[in-house]
Design a protein around this ligand. Structure first.
Ligand code: MG
Length: 376
């Protein structure tokens, strides 16, 4: 039995992980963490009696029957230190996940990684730390990267890696009205049911640009070797193009329980009790760059070791939040991101503090820009 720490248990991936875990008897769930939403903690304790500790980032003197409670911004990091031999699942949403990823690597953990920011923003810090901690290992929990990991076995024959995108809720939306798309339109994702921010990031393809960067770090391949193919049904998650001109593809249901189970099985494919999959209708298209201007903007501005992605991610977070609250138009998201990027000078990032500092600056700048937009 292996000890397991689930960081971010209350989010979408966290909840699905708990669901999948019920099918596993080789893990002992020892600890969970959340930002502030601990309402379901007692329920989790009932389902997993091995659970001992919960880390909560917000501090409110919480008491939960049967569980030791760690509180504070660094509670997640302290949790990893408390269970240094555990397999760690990082399903935290946002930049807070990066510190946890770095801590898990420092303890040579097997890290099952669903937190995008860890690699998109902190990729070079993660890469450098992995060089010092050769026993640490990352298995991605993301449908595209999990698919590529399975296909990566053909590494010596691969010329190109391809991840698919659905194009999000606005893929067929009238291009001339795109800037005024409503929140309801944008949240109406055609194939996946996910959290709000990622659903909006799908409609702008910010998410897909971030995934390309993640893939580049995970498999140590240049961005130019990774392509994106629009695929309507979200059943093909990743493809590789081989040296004899053939493709291999991973096809499976749009169900995160598959990549979660694959990661928990340490990158081994095992039975999973899901509905059989019908693949009679599969469609592909090229994505229209005019519909997704942020995709190219992000890829063009990626620089290993720089703060560029931290700035773009911070601006995106603020812009998406403002859009959810009805403060800005959908089209303002790209304006806010590109303007923030222009105004916040890039720096070389040497550690986590550098990233946190520039993210704060970028968020402030993005808020100033939102106010300017409102005033104009
Ligand atoms: Mg994905």
């Amino acid at each position: 039995m292996t000890d397991l720490v689930l960081l971010g248990f209350s989010g979408s991936i966290g909840r699905q992980t708990l669901d999948v875990l019920k099918e596993f008897d080789d893990y002992k769930l020892k600890a969970i963490s959340c930002n502030s939403d601990f309402a379901k903690a007692e329920e989790v304790k009932k389902a997993f009696p091995s659970l001992e500790t919960i880390a909560i980032a917000s501090t409110s003197g919480t008491k939960i029957a049967g569980l030791e409670v760690l509180e504070g911004e660094d509670a997640g990091v302290r949790l990893i230190r408390k269970y240094p031999k555990a397999v760690v699942i990082n399903a935290v949403v946002g930049l807070a996940g990066l510190a946890l990823t770095l801590e898990a690597i420092r303890h040579d953990c097997l890290l099952l990684l669903a937190n995008k920011e860890s690699l998109v923003i902190g990729g070079h810090l993660v890469k450098n730390l992995l060089k010092e901690h050769k026993k640490a290992r990352i298995i991605p929990i993301d449908s595209e990267h999990s698919a590529l990991l399975k296909l990566h076995k053909h590494e010596d024959e691969i010329l190109k890696y391809i991840i698919t995108c659905s194009g999000g809720a606005l893929r067929d939306y009238d291009l001339s009205k795109l800037d005024d798309a409503t929140l309801e339109d944008v949240l109406n994702h055609p194939t996946w049911s996910m959290g709000k921010r990622i659903t909006i990031d799908c409609a702008t393809m910010v998410n897909k640009a971030f995934e390309v960067i993640e893939a580049s770090y995970l498999f140590d391949i240049p961005l130019s070797n990774i392509e994106v193919l629009m695929h309507d049904e979200s059943l093909i998650h990743g493809l590789v193009y081989l040296k004899d001109n053939s493709y291999l593809a991973e096809i499976g249901p749009s169900d995160m329980r598959i990549p979660i189970a694959y990661a928990l099985n340490k990158a081994i494919r095992k039975e999973l009790p899901l509905e059989p999959l019908d693949i009679a209708d599969l469609h592909f298209r090229r994505y229209n760059e005019r519909r997704y201007p942020l995709f190219k903007f992000i890829i063009d501005n990626f620089e290993d070791g720089s703060s560029n992605m931290a700035v773009i991610n911070a601006a995106d977070e603020v812009a998406v939040e403002a859009f959810i609250r009805g403060h800005i138009k959908f089209g303002d998201i790209k304006t806010i991101i590109t303007m923030t990027f222009k105004r916040v000078r890039g720096v070389l990032v040497e550690n986590l503090d550098d990233i946190l500092a520039i993210s704060r600056i970028a968020k402030e700048e993005a808020r100033i820009i939102i106010n300017e937009l409102k005033g104009s």
